[in-house]
Design a protein around this ligand. Sequence first.
Ligand code: SF4
Length: 188
Amino acid sequence: MISPSIISKGLVARLGIKTYPLSLTYELSWRCNLACSYCDRHTPMRSELQREDIFKVLGEFHKLGMRITNLDGGEALLHRNIDEIVEWLVQRKITVTMHTNGMLIPNKLDTIRKLSGVKISLDGPRENHDAMRGAGSFDKALVGAKAAKSAGVPVAFTCTVGRHNIQTIDALIAMAEELDIPVIFNRP
Ligand code: SF4
């Protein structure tokens, strides 16, 4: 059950009377199972929080009124406490979404099922994606996307558009339509 004080903070923030952190994007770790050519978030930061501090911080945001948490990385599904973190948030009726490269989804379906949405990064069709992220990463991302969708979790692809993939956008849209999964395009 959501406490009345959290509901009232949400209301106050939505009415613009006072600001509260309703939505939190949390980069759990910069550890990643890929090393994409344009990314520097595949080596853990020295100052990453340990388990006890993670729950302390989440507890403080929860008390301040946090209603939505988007878990990100690095690769969020690689985090050693990910199952526990998602469960902790869901138990407090917080909407939890995740941004992932999708590769570990089939191994983590019990946790994935608890999410309100999963965003999976794609750089384009197989050739473009694998050129940036490594051989086999496209096929694994698609297996992950299909697994999450079959588990009933809303899935979207995200694609950062740049010179490396601008010419493949139409092909990516066609593929996403075939899979019945939307694509969100971002600027770098
Ligand atoms: S999967 Fe994401 S976090 Fe990992 S290296 Fe690639 S862009 Fe960076």
